[in-house]
Each structure stands twice: as structure tokens, then as C-alpha cells.
Design a protein around this ligand. Structure first.
Ligand code: HPA
Ligand code: ZN
Length: 337
């Protein structure tokens, strides 16, 4: 392990942009397919890996939704979530706020309760056994209708206490944030935090809509905001957190290569950027690997990494005393290494 990799692993970090269905590893996909007697179009882990070549977001989404079909029982959701939490704790995460896509499952006849009970059970066990705190964010699939999102919000009503917030993901272009303005207003009334993917493939106008119409508390991706300097100024002024996903951006061709990644520029502009893995089983790396890859590609230094780790807690939905405690832990770690 290089010095920098060891430094990254030991650095207290939070992960704020990770889709649980995107943590489903090929080996687990086979195991779940077998125990649930579901056919999948792959014979070996190598077949799966060969299929994970994407040129854009939709290429990935098609295969990601197909992979999710092996998730049937509460045990599947528990096991998938536990494996991720174990893995990210090994990467030095102290806190995670993870996404799930209920509609991917309820549209196949899986009960909302089955999905959420499995996930919440794993989050609770990780808190008890790993000391890893966690929150759960329910995403609406933006390629589906506003009505379907409202129906999902209704199904979530009994779980208001265990859900941290709502998000918006799936195919971005052609499905602007404005489509979900009323659903987000209703979610806010119920006390949910609000986040949305915007500016991954969509134009800066979608980021404006996410801010002005959805009234988001945090911006997922946001890369294309850099095309609009007034928007950048506003994001800096409002201290909006951007959950940036370097290996995802590389795999989905949001950037041509990692050396072109805008993360360093984002920090230099004063944006509150964070590093996250998005869909680690599909994009070739978990949290620490995202830090390491971008550190190498952009020649980041320890001070950048400390800022990024601090941003991850500042951008979290933890309460202020917890945030302060984590920031203090980062300072202590930086002073000791
Ligand atoms: N973008 C949109 N939807 C998604 C993503 C993403 O990066 N990952 C999983 N669902
Ligand atoms: Zn995402």
C-alpha cells in the first residue's frame, strides 16, 4: 500500500452518494439468482465483467436494472447492504447516507416493506457492530411518472422515521427536475431532506431547476454546473455540497479520462465537493479507491484530501455536534500522520 493509500484509508470519511443496488457484486448476483431460482444472462463472473462496458448513463442503467432483478427477499436486501457497509467501513468510512430505488423492486411485485426492512436491518447492525452510522435516502426514478413518484412517497409514509430523505436518479436527459417539483414539495412537508442527481449528463439548466424548483439540500454529481460561471458562484455562495463520483464519471464517459476530471478545479473554485463511489460494483471501486484514483490522476495532496473528507461530513445530514466531532477527528488524524 502506498503512503497516500494508507493515508486515505485511515482518514475519517463519509460517503454521501452510493446506490445500494449498485453495490451488488457479480458473485452476489449469482448467489441470489441461484437461491431465488432466477435466470440471468451470464454464466461466469467474467461474462458479467465483460458486459460492464458503458458509453453513457443509459448503457449502465439497462444492465443495472437487470442486475437488480435477483433481489427478491428481505435477506437479499440485508445481505447486499451488509456487504457494502462492511466494505466501506474497511475503507475508513465513519458515516454513510445511501440511496435505494424502491420502484425498481415494487414494479416487480416485491413489497416495499421487504426492501426497506432488509436495508434498515443491515444499517442498524452496522451501527451496533461496526460503529458506522448510516442514513437512507429513497430515490424516485425520473424516467417514470410524477404519479408513480407520488405513489412511492405514499408507500413510504409508515417509514418516515427511518428515512432521511428523498432523491432523484435514473435517466437524466429528457427528465428534468421540474417534472418532480410537486413531489419534492410534498416530501419536504413530510420532513425529508432533499437531494437530486443533476448535471451528470443534463445541462446546467437542470441544476438551476434542482435548486430553484426542487429546493435541494445537496446536489448529486453537478459536473456540468462548471459550464455556467454564475451558477458556480451561486453554489459556492450557498455552500452547496456536490457529491462527485470520479470512477463513475470515467466509466460513464462523463469525462474522457480521469486526468481530465474537474474535481481539483471544483475545489479551487471553492465548491464544497466530496468524493463518492456511486455504483461501486459496476464502476470498479469503492470509496477509498475513488479517493486513490483521483489523487493519482490529479496529483492531489494531503491538504486536498483533508478538505474532501471534511466536506463529506459538512455535507452530511448529521447533526452539528456529530459533524464537529468528525471534523475534530480529521484534524487529530492529520496532525498525527
Ligand atoms: N445517475 C443516475 N441514476 C443512477 C446513477 C447515476 O449515476 N447510478 C444509479 N442510478
Ligand atoms: Zn448516482
Amino acid at each position: 500500500m502506498s503512503d497516500m493509500t494508507a493515508f486515505i484509508k485511515g482518514l475519517p470519511k463519509a460517503e454521501l452518494h452510493m446506490h445500494l443496488e449498485g453495490s451488488l457484486e457479480p458473485a452476489q448476483m449469482f448467489a441470489f439468482a441461484m437461491r431465488n431460482k432466477i435466470d440471468i444472462p451470464f454464466k461466469t463472473v467474467e461474462d458479467v465483467q465483460a458486459a460492464y462496458q458503458f458509453t453513457n448513463l443509459q448503457d449502465f442503467l439497462d444492465i443495472y436494472y437487470q442486475g437488480a432483478q435477483v433481489l427478491v427477499t428481505g435477506e437479499d436486501f440485508y445481505d447486499m447492504t451488509s456487504a457494502y457497509l462492511q466494505r466501506v467501513a474497511e475503507d475508513g468510512a465513519w458515516h454513510v447516507e445511501v440511496f435505494f430505488d424502491p420502484q425498481t423492486h415494487t414494479d416487480r411485485g416485491i413489497e416495499f416493506a421487504t426492501v426497506i426492512d432488509g436495508i434498515v436491518g443491515a444499517l442498524k447492525d452496522a451501527e451496533d457492530n461496526l460503529g458506522l452510522s448510516g442514513g437512507l435516502i429513497m430515490c424516485f426514478l425520473r424516467h417514470l411518472s410524477e404519479e408513480a413518484a407520488f405513489d412511492t412517497l405514499k408507500q413510504a409514509e409508515p417509514y418516515t422515521d427511518v428515512l432521511l430523505g428523498v432523491g432523484l436518479d435514473s435517466s437524466e436527459v429528457g427528465h428534468p427536475p421540474s417534472k418532480f417539483e410537486r413531489v419534492f414539495a410534498a416530501a419536504k412537508e413530510r420532513g425529508f431532506k432533499l437531494v437530486a442527481h443533476a448535471g451528470e449528463e443534463g445541462p446546467p439548466a437542470y441544476v438551476h431547476e434542482a435548486l430553484d424548483l426542487l429546493k435541494i439540500d445537496r446536489l448529486d454529481h453537478g459536473n456540468r454546473a462548471l459550464e455556467d460561471s454564475e451558477l458556480v458562484d451561486r453554489l459556492v455562495r450557498e455552500q452547496m455540497t456536490l457529491t462527485v463520483c470520479p470512477l463513475s464519471n470515467q466509466k460513464l464517459c462523463v469525462v474522457d479520462q480521469l486526468t481530465d476530471h474537474p474535481l481539483r478545479r471544483m475545489l479551487e473554485l471553492g465548491l464544497r465537493a466530496t468524493i463518492n463511489s456511486d455504483d461501486p460494483a459496476y464502476f470498479g471501486g469503492y470509496l477509498a479507491e475513488n479517493y486513490s484514483a483521483v489523487t493519482e490522476a490529479l496529483a492531489l495532496e494531503k491538504d486536498h484530501l483533508i478538505t474532501l473528507a471534511k466536506n463529506s461530513f459538512l455535507g452530511s445530514f448529521l447533526d452539528q455536534p456529530s459533524i464537529n466531532a468528525h471534523l475534530t477527528a480529521i484534524d487529530a488524524y492529520a496532525a498525527a500522520t
